[in-house]
Design a protein around this ligand. Structure first.
Ligand code: FE2
Ligand code: FE2
Length: 191
């Protein structure tokens, strides 16, 4: 699926369905953080036009997703809890190069990989959830995150040689697959 080198552990969806409110709350935080990533990228790379325009679109979409998720919580009579953090993303981002211009490449590619994994998880939810409205919602969001993955890889190829991008994407997806393999199947979007 997309660039991913493995599938999520089959146990995750069982835990997720048993603790759906927690997954939905974590999802809201993920969408908020995705918007934050977009803002951060267009702030750091303010002179890169492609990044400015693409991230402006992305931020709008992600904050729209956030709004939709908090509406679902509202409908369920739930109040958003605090952000439990994202160990998965933290681990992956620890591999981002500290020095430019490699840092920019890594920031774009890790953002793309997180979108790809989110796309997979949303698709798993869409396929396994009973509620028809939620099924449709997760399918739509899964498609949107797949589009974001494509955007990040396209941006990487705009500023770096295609072979350099491919090689680094291959390295980072190896690392990501290892992180996913060792997750504890918590009721979190990337748990
Ligand atoms: Fe999103
Ligand atoms: Fe996204």
């Amino acid at each position: 699926m997309l660039c991913l080198k493995n599938k999520s552990n089959a146990e995750w969806i069982k835990v997720a369905l048993e603790n759906l409110p927690l997954v939905i709350m974590d999802h809201a935080h993920c969408e908020k953080k995705a918007a934050g990533t977009g803002i951060s990228l267009l702030s750091t790379y303010y002179d890169k036009k492609e990044i400015s325009f693409s991230m402006s679109d992305l931020v709008e979409e992600e904050i729209g997703h956030y709004r939709s998720v908090i509406k679902i919580l509202e409908k369920m009579g739930l109040t958003l809890g605090r952000d439990e953090g994202d160990e998965y993303a933290k681990k992956l981002l620890s591999f981002v190069n500290k020095n430019e211009p490699e840092r920019m490449l890594d920031r774009l590619l890790t953002a793309g990989i997180i979108e790809a994994r989110s796309c997979e998880r949303l698709q798993i939810l869409a396929e396994n959830i009973n509620d028809q409205e939620l099924r449709k919602f997760y399918k739509e969001l899964s498609d949107s995150e797949a589009g974001h993955y494509v955007t990040f890889v396209r941006l990487a190829k705009t500023y770096f040689d295609e072979n350099v991008v491919k090689k680094r994407l291959d390295e980072l997806t190896e690392i990501e697959a290892e992180i996913i393999k060792n997750l504890q199947n918590k009721p979190l979007m990337h748990g």
